[in-house]
Write a protein that binds this ligand. Structure first.
Ligand code: HXC
Length: 258
């Protein structure tokens, strides 16, 4: 296998990346994050891929950063290695859609990694939490920023300060995940969602993702202006011609390669 800590598969136009350190509940270590960055970069660059799914096992998406690997770190170590930015944030540079498919535990860095996906589909067994405070650190991979943006301040503070875990139903109710599906159907359902996304013009999916992410970095008027420019630019692309002509001709659009 090309990777020690991941399993990668291609299903049609979808790349499925599975975190695979089952004995440690997919605790995220340096090698796994290096490999994940490598896999994400290569699928993002592969013109045959239109959507990427990131998942774990039935028991755990990931139970957090690897505590055994962190326990003896000094400040000098973390500073020198730029922990965790060095190899955790490749996922934020991926331009194609990335769906997080979460079954079982998504804790600490596992929940943070799931939140770096474009959206999360949860199995009914999913459990989300930020228990870092219990092991003497605040979150370090974005939870204090992404969680309140996703679910609001009250829910985020509650989760971050009490370290309580929420189940899939609560995660869906408060907007952390987009859908909940039966655990035994998680991969099947997520691959169906990914296949649907992959029939869309990939260039436009990239524009949508870029514009939505921009919303979290800019004032409203600037974000809307950015969206409008992308919308206008779309009229210079074959995807717009194909999509609109197909609609008017009452035939299915073919966005292959677009
Ligand atoms: C290292 C871990 C781990 C972790 C589990 N394991 N989580 N190893 N780092 N984060 C290991 C256990 O040590 C154990 O190894 C094996 O996986 C199975 O776990 P158990 O605890 O025996 O399973 P269970 O009783 O079912 O409990 C599951 C659990 C618990 C509730 C998820 O493992 C747990 O609380 N894990 C830690 C969760 C956590 O604190 N995460 C945040 C980490 S900090 P052995 O060898 O004994 O079988 C973090 C910071 C992020 O993520 C900041 C930026 C990166």
């Amino acid at each position: 296998a090309p990777y020690a800590d991941l399993i990668v598969e291609v299903h049609g136009k979808t790349a499925l990346i599975r975190l695979n350190r089952p004995k440690a509940l997919n605790a995220l270590n340096d090698n796994m994050m290096d490999e994940l960055g490598d896999a994400l970069r290569s699928f993002d660059a592969d013109p045959a891929i239109g959507c990427i799914v990131l998942t774990g096992s039935e028991k755990a998406f990931a139970a957090g950063a690897d505590i055994a690997a962190m326990v003896d770190y000094t400040y000098a170590d973390t500073y020198r290695d730029n922990y965790i930015s060095r190899n955790w944030e490749h996922i934020l540079k991926v331009r194609k859609p990335v769906i997080g498919a979460v079954a079982g535990f998504a804790l600490g860095g596992g929940c943070e990694l799931a939140m770096m996906c474009d959206f999360i589909v949860a199995a009914d067994t999913a459990k989300f939490g930020q228990p870092e405070i219990k092991i003497g650190v605040p979150p370090g991979a974005g939870a204090t920023q992404r969680l309140p943006r996703a679910i609001g301040k009250a829910k985020a503070m509650d989760m971050l300060l009490t370290a309580r875990t929420i189940d899939a139903a609560e995660a869906e109710r408060i907007g952390l995940v987009s859908r909940v599906v039966p655990a035994e159907k998680l991969i099947e359902e997520v691959l169906a969602i990914a296949a649907q996304i992959a029939t869309m013009p990939t260039s436009v999916a990239m524009m949508v993702k870029d514009a939505v992410n921009r919303a979290f970095e800019t004032p409203l008027t600037d974000g809307v202006a950015y969206e409008r420019r992308l919308f206008q630019a779309a009229f210079g692309t074959p995807a717009q011609k194909e999509g609109m002509q197909a609609f008017l001709a009452k035939r299915p659009a073919n966005f292959d390669g677009l």
